[in-house]
Ligand binder design. Sequence first.
Ligand SMILES: C[S@@+](CC[C@H](N)C(=O)[O-])C[C@H]1O[C@@H](n2cnc3c(N)ncnc32)[C@H](O)[C@@H]1O
Length: 499
Amino acid sequence: MTGPGHELDDMQLGNLAGVFDRISTVLRRGVHVQLLTEHRATMELLNVSHVGQRARLGRLFDGVEAQARSTNDDPDVALAWIAYSYTCEYTELLVKNPAPTGAGAPGEPHLMELRKQAMENVIAQRTKLLVNLPSITDALFAGTDKKVSELFKFRVAEGRGVPPQLPGGQLPAALASLRQNLAGSAFAPVQEADWSDSLGPNHKILRVDTRGSEFDLGGVPVVLVEGVLDPKLTQKTVTGGRVVLADGTSHRQVGGNFVGNLVSQRRLYAGDQVEYDTSHMALTLAGDAHWQGKAADWRIDKGGNRRTYYAEVHPKIAQYLLSLVPPDRDAITVLDIAGGNGDLAERIIRELGGARPEGDLRVRYVVVDYSEDDIAVAEERFAALAGTHPFAKTSALVRDVFDYEYDAGAMLNDVGLKAADFVINSGGLLNNQIGDDADSPQRFARMYANLLAPGGYGIYSGLTPLLVDSATHRKQGLEIRNLYDIETEHQMHVVRRPD
Ligand SMILES: C[S@@+](CC[C@H](N)C(=O)[O-])C[C@H]1O[C@@H](n2cnc3c(N)ncnc32)[C@H](O)[C@@H]1O
């Protein structure tokens, strides 16, 4: 099937979008969190190549399926393997050929040329690559190429997600095109009260702090951009938006696509500059029977489920927590509220053990949950860990957190802690679908703040939207370290109680 004459094969050109879906499914299958980087990088690269380099991209995949079938390999995995090989090749070329700097730097044409070259290189090696196709698909790409991770990964430093600095001038190019967008968009001044009224009672906002981005309207810097999202759609679809200027005025967008484009480029910003604010969403409750009846999976409206917790949310929480434990610290306490069956607890303890192999960090870890079934599983985990990770002293307690009546002192007393260095809420009482009423998330946020030791951190995430926002935390006197994890696109509030 390969070779001239088949370059513009109908299947390939007509169905490239379908091919992308299949590749995406493979890359995300059973995904270890570190593979999200590779997944993201590959899908971005395919999408950008689809614009302007579609024929060559078709050629890249031409005949791959047929060759895989002839050797009894999974065609989707084969397509993903070729796509991923393309990412690796492109990354390699990016490193070797940084964009020329200075006035009139070519930017996108330079990158397009590198993509062309990368595709040609992979096409030339395609048969060999397919022969080497690994057979264990779940771990297909783990650690295959460090450079991809290095170049595309968001780092977490001291509880904050930091975007990668890509070589080849991509970042300035993206900002330059956003500036053009801004110039081509129309805005009308709007008063704060009118803006709030227009949002309605049930809204979601994606907010980007743009200070330092050199956007301006009429010569006044744009310090904040807010995209209003469709509350009914799970995709972050922008239905309107505004910009806030350094002089305090607000301007609603009446034409153009600046707001939508800016919020979709949130990867350019750090985790404390982007806020996905769902605090005004209507409360929907799953009910106690749902949470305690463990036959029901945590299949939540977004198509996420328990597996998403284990593959994305938990590894990320662990990453943020570990980034906040100084190497000279010798003891920490963690209170994991509505901590389920202890999957996250086990992960954190194991990772802390890996980070401090001398065992010189003592960990006191308490999981509280009202599901007896979950706590029974957590107890089993902790019993197994006691042998291998003696530095961790663990408890798993069946408790209904409402029984504390929002009294942090009562909870600390009950679980036997003076204060918590870390309070974890992973799909807990701050999230939609968990508590009892609309008021409780705000009250739990206050209670969590009071559980914290001075200098301690709250880490709040999950799959259902958080019903608290950065303003809630500031009201408690907490500092904001992070709000959003760009890599997994989950809310990731990391807040600190001042010393
Ligand atoms: C979405 S699950 C998250 C579990 C766990 N934190 C994780 O990340 O895997 C929600 C958890 O909240 C617990 N839960 C709900 N309401 C609770 C309450 N009032 N007190 C204690 N636990 C509660 C449920 O039993 C369930 O384990």
